[in-house]
Design a protein around this ligand. Structure first.
Ligand SMILES: [Zn+2]
Length: 65
């Protein structure tokens, strides 16, 4: 049985900018599974964490403005 999954068509990841099929849609942006995992395991004191948060904040602000 063939079933098309809605809302999981993939896109360009907002963190690594690579074209990915699997991931999650955050408002207008797409976040791939690998980056999602990276964010989860990244320590708060890691400088990458601040980068991730900054990217997400920007998207959030764009969406609500
Ligand atoms: Zn990614």
């Amino acid at each position: 049985m063939e079933e098309q999954q809605q809302g999981q068509q993939g896109g360009a990841c907002m963190i690594c900018c690579e074209q990915k099929v699997e991931g999650i849609q955050i408002l207008t942006q797409f976040l791939c599974h690998e980056c999602e995992r990276e964010i989860v395991k990244t320590d708060v004191e890691d400088e990458r964490y601040a980068y991730y948060i900054d990217r997400m904040k920007r998207i959030w602000l764009e969406a609500i403005s």
